[in-house]
Design a protein. Sequence first.
Lengths: 740, 287
Amino acid sequence: MDFTGERFVPGANGNIDLEHMHRYMHAARVVRGKSVLDIASGEGYGSAILARSAARVIGVDISAEAVAHAAQFYKADNLEYFVGSCAEIPLGDSSVDVVVSFETLEHHDQHEEMFLEIRRILKPGGVLIISSPDKDNYTIKPARTNEYHVKELFSNEFKALVAKHFKQYKFLTQKVIFGSVIASEGACAATTGIMKSAGSYRESEGLYEPLYWLAVASDNPLPRIESSVLEQHIDESEVVMEWRALMTRRELRISQLDESLAQLTRDSEARAKDLADSFASQIADRDAHIAWLQSTLVREVSSISARLRTSRSRGATRRFSKIVRASGLFDREYYLRTNEDVRNSGLDPLEHFIKSGASELRNPNAFFDYSYYLLNNSDVRMSGAESLEHYINCGWREGRQPSAHFDVEWYLSTYADVRRAGIEPLRHYLATGINEGRIPKSGANSITVASLSDGDKQRQRKSLFVDSPSRCSVAIGVVTYNNPKAELRRCLTSARTALSHPSGYVVRSELLLIDHGEATDTSLASACGATQIRGRGNIGFGAAHNELMRKAFADGFDYYIAVNPDGAFHPSAIDALLQMAQANGDKTIVEALQFPEEHPKVYDPVTFDTPWASGACMLITRAVYEAVAGFDERFFMYCDDVDISWRARAAGMTVKTCPRALFFHPVSDRPFSESTHKSFLASGIALARKWGGAEFESGLLKEAKRFGLQVEDATVERSVPPSPGIADFGHLFSFAPTRW
Amino acid sequence: MNSNMLDVIVRIHDPRRLDELKRCVFSIACQSYRPITINICCQRFSGADLEAVSAQVATVLVGNHDIALKFHNFGAVYPADARSALLNMGVKAAQGRHLAFLDYDDVIFPNAYAQLIEDLNASGAAISFGRINVKHVMVQDDYQIVLRRERPFKGENVVHLFKGNFCPIHSFVIDRGKVDPADIYFDQSLTRNEDYDFLLRFCSSYVASFNMRETVMGDYYCKSDGSNTILVQASFNEENVAAWKLAEDLVELRREILYVSPAVQRALGIAEIDPKLTIKRLIATEA
């Protein structure tokens, strides 16, 4: 049961606990062996205490809840609980020896009725033990009220009530005190000592474990010795005073700490404000300085510009013109894009730049910034030298940066090939580095490629698409060499699917198959709709394709697509190849991107020009075939695609990569094969001899010798006129710069 | 469960990304491993879009009779970003023994699945990892230009994985026959790091094999238009950065609360098995 104040509940510690428990323990000595009524038994604890010594105890309370609780928690053979009121006690006449009633009287006003009931149920000579709070000391003097008290009695009223109903009576008083007690000891003691400790109670005659002994002695009969109590307010006790002193010290300490904390807070706020003020002041100073520098720069730049305009001689202009034209640093498209007046005037942008643009400090490309160069090179600024000319002649060698977007030193240290070649790095980047995916400085994206101009995007489109594809015919040539059936079926089936993708403009198509090795199962070829051309054995990649190409173009086909039999077309691939071929005037070789691992060689992201096309899947137009007469059959395998590409370019044709055309071509690490390596070397040597790659050839011959490979004397001799810008032996067997 | 079947879960959120999806499916069509079921999980495609996409994708698989194609459309309103829900939908539909994931804009190399499944069978592991290239591409209308290729994902073992994710979602294959199906799920409240969250949970419970870590299994396309989920310059805005920060905090929380199973501890050579060993403590002791 919860303690509400209405009735005492064990566990509600403090004075109330002492008061209630003491009463019942005191009464327990009187009820020994007797039958007892505990009227207003409440929680039931008191009845249970009485039952330890009484013969029988009946607890009665007006609250059914209290009675149920008591019956559940206090069980003894001699203990019972009933519901009933003080004015109507549910017991028969003369039924008990003792009535115990503690802190009951004040909870109602039927005092007379209660006493009459008590008299009724008490046996003749029975005893009443009753308690009641003294109204004066309990309520009036302390000025408090107990809401559960209905009618309290003054001491004289209480005494009068008891005396009215009983002939014999003795009154005792009770209070919780702090003080000194002197009490008699032993069996004659009028005091029973009860110690409450850790929830248990221990009794003794006289005080429990007294600290002091007093003696009164005489040879005559002793005078009347009474017990006495010296009381003191508990607030004046040692314990309370010690706790109060401790609290005072703690409060003082807390106060001191609060003050320290407040001071620290004030100090840190002041410091933060000082720092903020200081930073604001520094920033203001810095801003002012920057503004001064900017205005100074503007004045100086204007002054330099004016000097340049007036002082450059005709000779200096001619020299500057020559330097700029040879530098590769002038970007026409950039200049036109960033100078609207030049664009609108129709003037030649390079001429404009040389005659006036440079002296007006208009930038020649996205990576050379006149203002930056002048700002960061005071000697150039002071000397009045032309900045771009200075950079080209010596600036880059001295590690001077052309702008914030290009890092000369980083570029040269990162790309060793550029450093070894001794090329001016910005020129390299603009000419080829961008297309190779190189970046201009650490952490940069390929910003130029990723942010194409609208003009570039239009040129891209024109190189990839035609608005209305012309009706055409396509032959696809496959040269097999003992390919597994499933592989060949995949290739041919994908070709058929891809041929059906172009929406109606391919009016005729044919799959041509020629076997290098064992003959392909005719049922397979037939099931895939392929025409088998009788093979002449293993005559070489180029020779076999030439057979197919001759037939295809003789039969009137417009395009020939050479494919590897171990690959497969993406459904859109042929449409993409055809559109690109037509978009470029059909004077082109177009390669599909090998998928998933495309060849790393570069291609222009706007025109899609590439140094050479891979024979894994390449489209050859009739015009190209007629110009270059197919593959050079002196190449058995490898490098024949490079050769035909270079010859096409030398004949004024283009070679393009079509990023929209995907051709699956499994490229995996194969174990070293001497025969394959020998073929590579032989073809590489042949290519080098044909195209004038002496150093490359020399390297390959050493390689062949190192491996102990016998490479037959090549039948190929130098037969192509010098073709600068076409043959590329500077990148080993890539034959082109690579993106990775 | 079909003991030979490999289920590949492909998720896609935008029907306009059809060309990339076809490229992805093309790479699956080129696989040496068969049979395969491709489960394409779409985020709220309309009926018309679903029909158009499925017709187009089917053309990529003509002649591939041992590759089945299934479409699943996520139609619920919540979560708005259903990337994890798409994966869960695919997992639920899967019936094969082996399970792989491939985003619509990535590519898997021809022998990848065959090699990873062979390693699963040989090693006894529940999950086998390979390596992934990164291709930086410039995105155009229906094609991409590869600017450069990198191999940035570096890691050797599961402890490295616990420290940081170096395994894109298409770098691994799972053997479902060795795991409790309830453990293969993606937290639908995550819109970033949902795959890493899964790997932390999965690899702390089941033994992983990194025997194929030196073999490149596929490409991750890092696109210049910011359409990757990762932070690239084009996607670097305040909202994305804050979302990534939250995702990283959640990953760290996972490290603190996930226990490393005794099986994984034994595989790591830990002599005294500690049932309360968290990922975070394991990383600290292995540092």
